[in-house]
Ligand binder design. Structure first.
Ligand code: 6GU
Length: 230
């Protein structure tokens, strides 16, 4: 997979790609990530990429021309499966969306900033808009890093143990069950006997029951969630 990230702040977003699982997946050539500094496509030598919004109102808006220049260059080089815009006014990212995107070959991610982008960018180029939750961040860069992490860890070969992504929270609309490691007893807190029993069908059943219990208590909305992705 190849991911092209178009951003006003490449430095802000680079660091998560330089560590741990994501770095290893890049080293193993399972994924390529390229950063494009929007300022390099600016209208003038001062790096102008944003302007006041028509109709008045606070906040600057990213202009269409620099984005068009950057995207047109990328489009002339390869075909893209999705052109994603990170913005709080979009559908919230969930595991289904991450699963679907993880099988794409080439994607572009545009990160918003200031008041957002000129609507014509969204109308002309964007095939999918993604928010990471119902709160506002000062820019889309951290959100893009979150999206990339969620996608990249699902690419076959990225996680050592293929099953570990399948047993994540959310893969079956359930939160993950509790996990324990040594020691079996700490102060007066004991690991549930069932986990030490060696009876694996029973352990699976216990984990499922605990996952349902946890989901009912913390995220009951997931149990009635039959939302379809577009
Ligand atoms: Cl994608 N961008 C910004 N700026 N804030 C957000 C977000 C994205 N998702 C949730 N909040």
């Amino acid at each position: 997979m190849r991911i092209d990230i178009i951003t006003v702040s490449p430095e802000l977003i680079k660091s998560p790609f330089e560590h741990s699982i994501i770095k290893r997946s890049i080293d193993k050539k399972l994924v390529e990530v390229h950063f494009h500094d929007l300022r390099e496509f600016a209208l003038n030598k001062y790096g102008k990429i944003d302007d006041y919004q028509f109709g008045g109102g606070a906040g600057m808006v990213l202009m269409i021309e620099p984005i068009d220049k950057c995207m047109s260059k990328l489009f002339s080089q390869r075909k893209y499966d999705e052109v994603i815009y990170m913005t709080p006014d979009a559908k919230t990212l969930n595991q289904q969306t991450a699963n679907k995107l993880s099988s794409a070959k080439n994607i572009i991610i545009l990160t918003g900033h200031y008041k957002g982008v000129d609507q014509r960018v969204r109308d002309k180029f964007i095939t999918k808009e993604v928010s990471i939750g119902d709160y506002v961040l000062s820019g889309g860069e951290l959100a893009a890093a979150v999206l990339c992490d969620a996608i990249i860890r699902l690419i076959p070969g990225v996680l050592g143990d293929e099953t570990s992504a399948l047993t994540d929270s959310f893969q079956d609309n359930l939160l993950a069950p509790p996990v324990y490691t040594r020691p079996a007893k700490y102060d007066n807190m004991k690991v549930p006997d069932i986990l030490l029993s060696g009876n694996f069908p029973k352990i699976d059943q216990w984990r499922h029951d605990e996952a349902v219990k946890r989901t009912k208590s913390i995220r009951p909305d997931l149990l009635s969630n039959d939302e379809d992705e577009d």
